[in-house]
Write a protein that binds this ligand. Structure first.
Ligand code: HC1
Length: 589
């Protein structure tokens, strides 16, 4: 145990604790910019400097471990002056057009400048002489170098959490900048659009491309019928931007808010997540049959989930030879989009060309996915606009809706019913768990016992999880599976996807089924979720998702009455011709 004083207050900490962590134990906040709980310490912005008695130089609190007997001042005159100078220096090369910045009111540098009352600029303004670019080509992310403070959170995020390294530090000294390969646009490098960098950028240097105005325009157009779908993870994140604590489930309020915003129909991506399980589960069983019974050497196993667009982009870039391993299922977002302009339009007697299809996602890569050329099978662009959880909270605030006092409301019907299996899509392991709940029943003809509905082996935040399930006494049709151990792996965060894919490539992993979600924790940790997102907050959102599942009256996808109806009235059966046309695709590059 280490004993020290912070601003005169004694505090005991474990060896290895930093001054920043020790200060938070005694409720002293030290400002930070380059520090982020999810990332390794860089100590490069120096905003967190503190005075350690007996030392001439100030120390960076985030990077200095506590020592026994330390006397630390976090708010001495020397500290305050130094911090002010650092903020002024950062501002001297920062495009401070704050009122026109997307991050206005949410920018950590702006907040510090406000707290420290930076009213003058004593340093030479460097920005006018700086060579900077604003990259707006990607449908997901805007990179504005004039707002960058070179804290490198984005670079560490891309390397440490995702292993993608699309962003890097280029040049030195005052020329130093955050760049991409040959300074190409983000759209033309290995970026997966996951937006984890956006979620961690303290300023407006990396932001989502926002489509709020386009959606307002559509809502205001009396000639348009605007349909909205909401992803599983949005309901456990949205509240954080609107006054609730992390981990608060706000499903009913979210529906009520969307209705008040003026959407003509508020339905649920969870419906098409249930549908995905029907299609993907059937596809997996078909592949297993071909591989194990027919001994077809061309069958690609493991079959990998295909609902995370960041993961699709990653495999396209890094493991293109494994594209055939991806399930042919479109993501639930895109299945929903294709059905809105066909099945829903027909059932409601609407002209599909007048429908505007909007989705609310925890994800920036979903914007890219919706813009892909493959996603027009309805005859139109299947999903017109994708808003992140954060963009939805902007619209709710703009509309003056008091979110906290809203009554709970229900999703509209036809594509608004969902099960507990669908909502867990939003957490790592959830797609696997949902698929296993249904596959077990399809194969054995026996219902999963209630006490076994929570498949705990696939839960938790371990980067790579493995589970195997022995199939016993299957139905006659599936006799070839009798005694087979179905081997599954789950990875979240692309750095963990790399571990699994390298093992598959090296022939060291003979899984049948692989779930990969690009973002840490799964979609609940998506790049479009409220800021901050970190391990503690991800855990709370995960708990909320599992609560939502436990609370649902139906917890298995194949029991969703609206899914049963769509097969009866429109699709026929899983993997039917109509399903193939609307719900499946092939990624080729
Ligand atoms: Fe996801 Fe999915 S779970 S990908 O993480 O399969 O974004 O939430 O909507 O499409 O359903 C995201 C979340 C989301 C899809 C579903």
């Amino acid at each position: 145990k280490i004993q020290l004083n912070i601003n005169g207050f004694p505090v005991d900490v474990k060896p290895g604790t930093t001054i920043l962590e020790a200060a938070s134990k005694v409720n002293v906040t030290i400002p930070t910019l380059c520090y982020h709980k999810d990332l390794c310490v860089a100590g490069n912005c120096r905003v967190c400097v503190v005075e350690v008695a007996g030392q001439k130089r100030l120390s960076a609190a985030c990077a200095t471990p506590c020592e026994d007997g330390m006397d630390i001042l976090t708010n001495s005159l020397k500290v305050r002056n130094s911090r002010k100078h650092i903020i002024e220096l950062l501002l001297s090369e920062h495009n401070a057009d704050c009122t026109k910045c997307y991050k206005n009111g949410k920018c950590e540098l702006q907040l510090l400048a406000s707290e420290y009352k930076i009213m003058t600029q004593d340093f030479i303004e460097l920005l006018p002489w700086k060579d900077y670019t604003i990259d707006m080509i990607s449908p997901s992310i805007i990179k504005d170098d004039s707002k960058c403070i070179r804290c490198q959170r984005c670079v560490r995020t891309c390397a440490e959490l995702q292993g993608v390294n699309a962003l890097t530090v280029a040049y030195k000294g005052d020329k130093m900048k955050i760049s991409t390969f040959f300074e190409k646009p983000m759209n033309d490098v290995v970026c997966t659009n996951c937006g984890q960098c956006v979620n961690r950028c303290p300023t407006g240097a990396l932001v989502e491309k926002n489509y709020v105005e386009e959606v307002w325009d559509a809502i205001s157009d009396p000639g348009k019928h605007v349909v909205v779908q909401t992803a599983p993870a949005v309901r456990v994140g949205l509240g954080e931007d609107l006054g609730f604590d992390p981990g608060t489930r706000v499903t009913g309020k979210m529906v009520a808010a969307l209705k008040r915003l003026g959407f003509d129909s508020v339905m649920d991506t969870d419906f098409s997540a249930d549908l995905t399980i029907m299609e993907e589960g059937t596809e997996l069983l078909t592949r297993l049959k071909k591989a194990l019974k027919d001994k077809d050497p061309d069958v690609k196993l493991p079959m990998a989930t295909s609902c995370s667009p960041g993961w699709i982009k990653y495999i396209e870039h890094m493991y293109p030879e494994y594209l055939g391993n991806l399930s042919t299922c479109k993501s639930p977002q895109q299945m929903f989009g294709a059905l809105v302009k066909t099945y829903y339009a027909k059932a409601r007697n609407l002209d599909p060309s007048k429908i505007v299809s909007v989705s609310i996602m925890p994800c920036t890569a979903k914007k890219f996915e919706a813009a892909r050329s493959e996603m027009h099978d309805s005859g139109y662009r299947d999903v017109d606009y994708v808003l992140t959880t954060r963009e939805l909270s902007i619209m709710i605030k703009q509309a003056g809706i008091d979110f906290m006092s809203l009554p709970d409301m229900e999703f509209d019907r036809l594509m608004g019913e969902s099960t507990g299996a669908a909502v867990i899509f939003g957490v790592t392991g959830g797609v696997m768990e949902a698929a296993l709940r249904t596959a077990y029943e399809l194969v054995t003809g026996r219902p999963v016992p209630f006490e076994n509905l929570n498949i705990t082996a696939v839960r938790g935040m371990t980067g790579v999880k493995e589970a195997s399930i022995k199939i016993e006494n299957p139905l006659k049709e599936w006799k070839f599976l009798d005694g087979v151990e179905l081997r599954c792996a789950i990875a979240h965060g692309l750095i963990n996807a790399k571990t699994v894919m390298d093992a598959v490539k090296a022939g060291k992993a003979n899984f049948h089924f692989l779930e990969v979600m690009a973002c840490p924790g799964g979609c609940l940790g998506g790049g479009g979720q409220p800021i901050p997102t970190n391990a503690e907050i991800r855990d709370k959102r995960a708990k909320a998702i599992y609560e939502e599942d436990a609370w649902k009256p139906i917890r298995k996808s194949h029991e969703n009455p609206e899914v049963q109806k769509i097969y009866k009235d429109f699709l026929g059966e899983p993997l039917s011709e109509v399903s193939h046309h609307l719900l499946h695709t092939k990624y080729t590059s």
